[in-house]
Design a protein around this ligand. Sequence first.
Ligand code: ZN
Length: 257
Amino acid sequence: MKKILKEFLISALLFFGTLYVTLQVDWMKALHLYPTIVGDKLSEWVWKISEMSLRKVNDHDVCAPIDSLVSEMCKANGISTADIHVVITRDDEVNAYATVGNHLIINTALIEKMKNESQLCAVIAHEMAHFRLGHIQSAVRQQTIITVFLALITGNGNSNMLANLTNKIISNSITRAKEDEADEQGARYLHAMHLDPMEMANTLETFESYGVLSYFMDHSDSKKRAEHIRKMHFKKNGPYQQILSEEAWVRLKKACL
Ligand SMILES: [Zn+2]
């Protein structure tokens, strides 16, 4: 019995030791795997694995209004909609995050908690800014190799675990400075599309009031981030617009309950 326990402990130690060492190295960089086609293909494959753990929402009442908001944001900011792939998932965690292959994941619980379309746009703008500022790409390279490694040793069996780890690695690589940058850039995106940029600050405070831990606010306290945004100055850009009709907004929220 003692021998079995000893063998088990040694195996566990070896496994976690190898995993720990693997996490410390930027393997894509070390192996010169980017920006090659191999890197892209691997990312694609990692997305396919992560995708399996998501409960995608295809409901028209959810997808159509989100599409309108994203298209409007892209148009006003000179971003191609083909560069951002929005995926809405049925999930109770109040969360949205940017991940491999320019996929922007928005959970239904987050949509349900947002007070108005501008706050929802603030979340989308923040994540889009992470893509545009190159914050996600280096983390994606890193986690791609780790996922491949894990898939090989676990036999690709646990897509949930792989997807969670993927998102954790990306999230952990985003520093406080990068969060501030994404908030600022996001506020500019809102301003360009004739929404109140200060909704970025309000949204951060909304998150604070729910006391939720999410990738959106993991790395710094949202009060300080909100203050940072309130110090920004924006030129007048005409009246603020409303993109969705009141009915469409109510239907969207209801479908996310
Ligand atoms: Zn962020």
